[in-house]
Ligand binder design. Structure first.
Ligand code: F6P
Length: 496
C-alpha cells in the first residue's frame, strides 16, 4: 500500500506565492508533447510535490505496471485479461499489434467496398451503440467531421425511441447502412435499437435489411446469431475495453466519414503519446504529471470533482467522453487485492464548453465553497470562418478565467470578493486535427492508468454497472423482488 504521508505533509502555499518563490515554476510545470502545450503551473504542484509523487510511483512500481500493460500481461486482474488498446495504435505486444493491424485492414477493405458502391449508393451511416461503443466515435465525428460531406452520420445510443425517431425523419432507409456497435453484442439498448432500425427498413420496403448491417464487436459469434453476415463483421479484441475502443473497429463511423488517412493519423497521434508515456521521466511525463495533480487534489485537498472546459465547439463532447473514461475506470471501492481502498478514488468529472459555462456555472468556481480543479482546453488555430476576433475572444476568455481563479480579488465588500488560489491547468493545442486529437485522448487514457496504479485499483473492469442492468431485465420480464417505492413506480407507469 502506498505511503501518502510525505505528500500529505507538503506545505500548502498560495499559488501566487509559489510563482513568486520559484522563477522556474512555469518551465518546471509545463511541457510540449505531440502538438499539445500542457501548463500545470496554476496548480499547487511544486518541485517537492513532483519528487514526492515520483517516490510514491516508485513504491508501487508504476514503471513495472506500465511495462506490464504494454507487454500484454493480464493487468485487468479481475477479468484475467490483458489491456490491448495501445496495440491498436501499434504500441504493445507484437502478437496483439499484428492482430489489431489485420482487423484494421479488414475494416479498411470494407470501407473501400462501401465506397465502390458494393452496397449500392450509401449516403448515411446509422451507428447504434452505447457507452464506449458510442461516446468515442461520436466525439471523433463531431470534432473532426465538420464540413465533411462524405456521409451523413448519426450516432444513436439512448433506448428512448425519440433518439431514433429523429434519425428516421432525416435518413432514407434505401441509402442507409446500419452499424451495430457492441463489444458484447448483448447490450439491451443497442439490440433493441438495432431491431427497430431493421423494422424501419423492412417497413420502407428495403429488400434485404440484414444485408445492410455492419457489426463492430468482440463477439462475432453473437453478431452472426443475430443475423449479420460474417463478411460484414468487423471484430476487435476482447482485451480492448469499451471506453478504450475508439481506436478499434468501433471507430468505423469516424474512419468512413473522415477517410482512412485521417483514421491512421489519429492512431499515429495516439502512438506518439504512448511512446512519450512509456519513455519520459515521470517529472516530464504529461499523463503522470496530470495524474499527480488529480491525486494531490483528491487525496490532500479533498476535492470531490474536477471540471474540464473545452473552449472550442469541436471539443464539446469531450467532457462526456471523459466522464465515462475517468469515472467508469477509476470509480472503484476496492483495490486489486479486493481490499477496501480506504481513500477517495476517481473524482466526479463534470465540465462544459467555454465561454457558455462562464455565464452559468463559473460563479461556483470563483466564489463557492467547493474546491474544483479546472482544466481549460483551447486550440490556437481557429476552426471557424468568422473574423479572427471571435477566436481571439474565445482564447482570451479561457486564459483570463485561469488567471482570475488564481489571483482572486479582495475588496471591502465580502460579496464582491474573490478568494483566489483556485487551481487550473491548461491544455493548449496547436491545431485540432486527427493526429493531435489522437494524442489528446491517449493522454487522458494514460492519466487514468497512473491514477489507478497509485490508488491500487483496477481501472479496467466495470462491475458496478451490472446490478442495475440485471434488475431492469428482471422488471422487463415482469419479475424482480422490488422495494415498495420501486414497485409503486412500476405500477403507476404500467398499471402492473
Ligand atoms: O454498461 C456499461 C458498459 O458495459 C460499458 O462499459 C460499455 O462501454 C457499454 O456498456 C456498452 O457495452 P457494449 O459495447 O458491450 O454494448
Amino acid at each position: 500500500m502506498a505511503d501518502w504521508s510525505t505528500i500529505e505533509a507538503l506545505p500548502q502555499e498560495r499559488l501566487e506565492t509559489l510563482f513568486a518563490n520559484d522563477p522556474d515554476r512555469l518551465k518546471r510545470l509545463s511541457l510540449d508533447v505531440a502538438g499539445i502545450h500542457f501548463d500545470w503551473s496554476k496548480t499547487h504542484l511544486t518541485a517537492d510535490a513532483l519528487t514526492a509523487f515520483e517516490a510514491l510511483a516508485k513504491s508501487v512500481d508504476l514503471a513495472g505496471k506500465r511495462e506490464a500493460m504494454f507487454a500484454g500481461a493480464n493487468v485487468n486482474v479481475t477479468e484475467d485479461r490483458p489491456v490491448e488498446h495501445t496495440a491498436e495504435r501499434g504500441e504493445g505486444k507484437a502478437e496483439s499489434v499484428a492482430r489489431a493491424a489485420s482487423y484494421h485492414a479488414r475494416m479498411r477493405g470494407l470501407i473501400d467496398a462501401i465506397e465502390a458502391e458494393a452496397f449500392g449508393p450509401v449516403r448515411s451511416i446509422l451507428h447504434v451503440g452505447i457507452g464506449g461503443s458510442a461516446l468515442g466515435p461520436h466525439l471523433l465525428v463531431d470534432a473532426l467531421g465538420r464540413g465533411s460531406d462524405r456521409y451523413d452520420v448519426a450516432i444513436v445510443s439512448n433506448v428512448d425511441g425519440m433518439a431514433l425517431d429523429d434519425v428516421f425523419d432525416d435518413f432514407d432507409p434505401e441509402t442507409t447502412l446500419l452499424v451495430v456497435a457492441s463489444k458484447t453484442f448483448t447490450t439491451t439498448e443497442t439490440m433493441m435499437n438495432a431491431e427497430s432500425v431493421i423494422q424501419w427498413m423492412t417497413g420502407a420496403g428495403v429488400e434485404d435489411p440484414y444485408g445492410r448491417v455492419i457489426a463492430l464487436t468482440a463477439s462475432p459469434e453473437k453478431a452472426i446469431e443475430w443475423g449479420v453476415d460474417e463478411t460484414r463483421i468487423l471484430p476487435f479484441s476482447e482485451g480492448v475495453g469499451g471506453r478504450y475502443s475508439l481506436w478499434s473497429s468501433i471507430g468505423f463511423p469516424a474512419a468512413i466519414a473522415l477517410g482512412w488517412d485521417q483514421f491512421e493519423e489519429l492512431l499515429e497521434g495516439a502512438a506518439e503519446m504512448d511512446r512519450h508515456f512509456r519513455l519520459a521521466a515521470l517529472h516530464e511525463n504529461a499523463p503522470a504529471i496530470a495524474a499527480f495533480a488529480d491525486l494531490y487534489y483528491t487525496q490532500v485537498r479533498h476535492a470531490e470533482t474536477r471540471a474540464p472546459f473545452a473552449y472550442d465547439e469541436r471539443l464539446r463532447l469531450l467532457p462526456s467522453y471523459l466522464q465515462q473514461l475517468e469515472m467508469e475506470s477509476n470509480g472503484k471501492g476496492v483495490t486489486v487485492d479486493g481490499q477496501p481502498v480506504g481513500r477517495p478514488t476517481a473524482p466526479i468529472t463534470w465540465g462544459g464548453v467555454g465561454t457558455d459555462a462562464q455565464h452559468a456555472v463559473f460563479q461556483l468556481l470563483h466564489q463557492g465553497t467547493h474546491l474544483v480543479p479546472v482544466e481549460f482546453l483551447a486550440v490556437i488555430e481557429a476552426g471557424d470562418t468568422l473574423p479572427a476576433e471571435h477566436h481571439r475572444q474565445l482564447l482570451l476568455n479561457a486564459f483570463a478565467q485561469g488567471a482570475a481563479l488564481m489571483t482572486g480579488k479582495q475588496v471591502d465588500d465580502p460579496a464582491r470578493s474573490y478568494p483566489g488560489d483556485r487551481p487550473s491547468s491548461t491544455l493548449l493545442l496547436d491545431r485540432l486535427d486527427a493526429r493531435t486529437l489522437g494524442a489528446l485522448i491517449a493522454f487522458y487514457e494514460h492519466r487514468v492508468f497512473v491514477n489507478g496504479v497509485l490508488l491500487g485499483i483496477n481501472s479496467f473492469d466495470q462491475f458496478g454497472v451490472e446490478l442495475g442492468k440485471e434488475m431492469a431485465k428482471a422488471a422487463a420480464k415482469g419479475g424482480g423482488d422490488f422495494d415498495a417505492s420501486t414497485a409503486d413506480l412500476i405500477r403507476r407507469a404500467f398499471g402492473e
